[in-house]
Design a protein. Structure first.
Length: 283
């Protein structure tokens, strides 16, 4: 199956990045969000990301205009009725995702595929609410989507080979490298990356070093492009905590326990870049 029209549910950081990359690759995209303000923010962020590419001669003015013209927006899932593939990139909350998936299942054509960009929830559990779970797959993008080269393709217990093949071809068309992963808590990248960031938060909580020095240590001593605490701010402290909770509960292994500091920060609304403050201030 060749995918030409896609729907993206959720106009947050990930949804807008996915919509942008798909439109730049020649696909027709409809981005849906219940909140008009989120669609406005997404449009602004896509325009500024495309402008950045134009300023660096990576995209010409015509390519910028074509990409923008390929993105439609809507407030209702009904706008996705004829999509070949819908990528769900809504809030990382099981009940919200299940509700969206049930609605999509009732709406889409029988041939349409459904993917979720979940960073932590089980693909098998999400697929279980769909009539045709063989047409469901995890498509995990990385932030910032226009820059990061990877997509994890996560097969649930019932994902069909044909679904995997169609989405693998799409990932390459988007200019990304897909890796195939079996469904398990944290998949591959977050299973390795998030415990490293979690350990940096323990180091801070224990007063081992300042946030600046912990990050400088990993930038200069391990050649990471940004430090783990700055990366936590970029990912979102709430998302990081959700991933650690899933790893901890999924494996019941204390090595994955999140530090109190992480939970406190979420309770205080210090969620990283998106709230203006996390381990560092962005105001
Ligand atoms: N759109 C388009 N281009 C962008 C961009 C965006 N949103 N953000 C950055 N860029 C481009 C810049 O224009 C620049 O391009 P150039 O190389 O041609 O000059 C390049 O990316 C580097 O950007 P900057 O010079 O502004 O800043 P940095 O050198 O610090 O790079 C970064 C930014 C690429 C984000 C880098 O800091 C990085 O790689 N950080 C780590 C990112 C990471 O690990 N992401 C994964 C998070 S985990 C995840 O997403 C999974 C989830 O489930 C939790």
């Amino acid at each position: 199956m060749v995918i030409n029209t896609i729907g993206v549910v959720g106009a947050g950081t990930m949804g807008s990045g996915i919509a942008q990359v798909a439109a730049q690759s020649g696909l027709q995209v409809t981005m849906v969000d219940v909140a008009p303000a989120a669609l406005e923010r997404a449009h602004k962020s896509i325009v500024s990301s495309l402008d950045r590419l134009v300023a660096k001669d990576k995209l010409d003015a015509a390519g910028r205009a074509q990409a923008l013209a390929r993105i439609a927006t809507a407030n209702e899932l009904a706008a996705l009725r004829s999509a070949d593939l819908v990528i769900e990139a809504a809030t990382e909350n099981l009940d919200i995702k299940l509700k969206i998936l049930r609605e999509l299942d009732a709406l889409l054509t029988p041939e349409a595929l459904i993917a979720s960009n979940t960073s932590s929830l089980s693909i098998t559990v999400l697929a279980a609410v769909i009539q045709r779970p063989e047409r469901f797959i995890g498509m995990h993008f990385f932030n910032p989507v226009p820059v990061m080269g990877l997509i994890e393709l996560i097969r649930g217990l019932q994902t069909a080979d044909a679904t995997h093949a169609a989405v693998e071809a799409l990932a390459r068309r988007l200019g990304k490298t897909p890796i195939s992963v079996r469904n398990a808590p944290g998949f591959v990248v977050n299973r390795i990356l998030c415990p490293m960031i979690n350990e940096a938060v323990f180091a801070l909580q224990e007063g081992l070093a300042s946030a600046e020095d912990i990050d400088a240590g990993m930038r200069l001593g391990a050649n990471h492009p940004i430090g783990p605490l700055a990366l936590a701010d970029m990912i979102g402290i709430d998302v990081l905590l959700a991933v650690m909770d899933v790893l901890y509960e999924g494996f019941r292994d204390p090595k994955y326990r999140p530090p109190t500091l992480l939970r406190e920060m979420v309770a205080a609304g210090l969620l990283g870049r998106k709230s203006g403050r996390g381990f560092f201030s962005y105001r």
